[in-house]
Unconditional design. Structure first.
Ligand SMILES: [Zn+2]
Length: 510
């Protein structure tokens, strides 16, 4: 008998929203690509029995800061096959890319060019050896630079040009889009933002933006930031993707959503993403967590939990102290008020917004309970005691599947899967053609496939202990079986994904 494919998945309910498929089919894989989708089995070297399971395109996560080996292992159990750091991004891009290639990654990965890190490098006047000494994990570099104070200031024309030039270099090297953590440097001028948008337009790429004023900034309702981005896109034609729309618009989802919908209907190129949790996580030194801002807005300090000590912040004085001692320390933030139902309703509106993707905003692990910060991160599962992370880091997509579909029926299965795979891949296909072959199960596409058991699926909802979500039975990354019967295999099939503009052919790690 002649072999027609290397691996055949049989008996599973195949849900491929792009092709409007939802039925029991067989899926064949050869050399990392899908070569067969049909009702009947074809001869194969190996068969995977998916009877009773869902077979779907692997999830494409637009927004994960957990770009290290353990972060990817946790995301593999959440059904992710491509994990991208697009909001913060990396500058120097090659610094992050080389580290990932050297260490190996289980998932496909990519980075945008980081506007904020470029800004830090320029505004702080860093020399090459200081730049080289920055941590290779972008969020760690961002956390480390929280103690420097010149970077959030308005730039001079010369500085602005240097920032733009530095970002252009990262795009030359293959960065996917430009990450714009605007909310962390809200004093930046409209002129700098416009120059950034013009660069993006000239490179046919997208801005991935954490909006200037999120919820709860006195004098700046959240919809003001949405209007700013709509105007920027109208003025320059730039494509904009708004990160974590739910958490950035907790005080005004209705108004922001309405404005955005009207703009999108008029042809303005803006997309959104949200994660299915009603609490956020960031560095405690963030501009928008200043005690005077919280106090001015009537938000109690106790909405913040300082993760390294699992400490609920009892007062604005204590918040000021922690921000001074450890500005890069991670915290959790309840971003809706006391009325739980209002919060959940607003979150659901953002999650079901037309064209919205689900994206995790996964965070790297942080140590808890220990006095020093010298504890090295684990590189394999299980994660030992003494670490914490926002549960979106392990359970964004499994929580969406169980909460929004299985337990409440608020969305059908195809919609949840579409927002986790097809929609994010479409958002990216404009900036990087490699995404044309991701997010769906068409013949010829990349064999990034998640096979899960909806009945037994269970997300994690607490920051500690850090445990993987339950439910992913098998996971293929580039045709290789990374998770088999719920167990991770010791392989690193992840590939670096570039914007396609680079002429340098980079090898994949060995
Ligand atoms: Zn953000």
């Amino acid at each position: 008998m002649t072999t027609q494919c290397q691996v055949l998945i049989t008996g599973g309910r195949v849900v491929d929203p792009r092709h409007e498929v939802d039925e029991v089919l067989t899926v064949g894989i050869t050399d990392g690509r899908i070569v067969h989708v049909g009702k009947y089995a074809i001869p194969a070297e190996r068969t995977i029995d998916a009877d009773g399971l869902i077979v779907a395109p692997g999830f494409v996560d637009l927004h994960s800061h957990a770009q290290n080996p353990i972060g990817h292992l946790l995301q593999a159990h959440d059904g992710v096959t491509t994990s991208l750091e697009l909001e913060c991004g990396a500058t120097p891009f090659l610094h992050a890319l080389d580290a990932a290639e050297y260490e190996g990654r289980v998932l496909n990965y990519g980075y945008s060019a980081s506007w904020l890190l470029a800004r830090m490098i320029v505004m702080e006047g860093m020399n090459p050896s200081e730049i080289n000494a920055l941590p290779t994990l972008p969020l760690d570099a961002f956390g480390e630079l929280q103690t420097s104070r010149d970077w959030p200031n308005p730039s001079s024309p010369e500085q602005q040009q240097a920032i733009i030039d530095l970002i252009a270099e990262q795009l030359d090297d293959g960065a996917i889009g430009i990450g714009v953590l605007l909310g962390y440097a809200p004093k930046v001028s409209a002129a700098e933002l416009k120059a950034l948008a013009e660069l993006a337009v000239s490179r046919n790429t997208t801005l991935f933006v954490h909006a200037r004023f999120g919820s709860g900034i006195p004098g700046h309702p959240a919809h003001e930031s949405v209007e700013e981005l709509i105007e920027l896109s109208k003025l320059t034609g730039v494509r904009i993707h708004i990160c974590h729309f739910a958490s950035s618009n907790a005080d005004g989802s209705d108004e922001s959503g309405q404005l955005l919908l009207e703009a999108i209907n008029r042809g303005v190129s803006i997309t959104t993403e949200s994660y299915p949790f009603e609490f956020a996580s960031t560095v405690i030194g963030a501009d928008f967590l200043a005690p005077e801002i919280l106090e001015g807005n009537g938000t109690p300090a106790s909405t913040i939990t300082y993760l390294p000590r699992s400490e609920v912040v009892v007062s604005y004085e204590r918040l000021a102290e922690l921000r001074h001692q450890d500005p890069g320390g991670l915290c959790l933030i309840q971003y809706y008020g006391d009325d739980q139902q209002v919060g959940v309703d607003q979150l659901l509106k953002a999650l079901s917004f037309p064209g919205a993707a689900f994206a995790s905003d996964a965070m790297p692990l942080t140590t808890v309970g220990s006095t020093g910060s010298e504890t090295t991160l684990p590189t394999t599962l299980p994660v030992p005691e003494g670490f914490a992370a926002h549960p979106r880091s392990s359970s964004c997509f499994i929580r969406a599947l169980t909460w929004l579909h299985r337990d409440t029926g608020l969305m059908n299965l195809s919609e949840v899967i579409s927002r986790s795979s097809d929609i994010p891949a479409r958002i990216l296909s404009n900036c990087a053609p490699v995404f044309n072959d991701k997010g769906h199960l068409g013949v010829g596409s990349d064999a990034d496939i998640v096979i899960f058991d909806l009945d037994s699926a269970m997300p994690r909802t607490n920051p500690a202990p850090v445990e993987p979500a339950i439910g992913v039975v098998h996971l293929f990354v580039n045709g290789e079986l990374l998770v088999e019967n719920g167990t991770l295999q010791a392989i690193s099939p992840g590939k670096a994904l570039l914007n396609g503009a680079t002429t340098t052919q980079r090898g994949v790690h060995g």
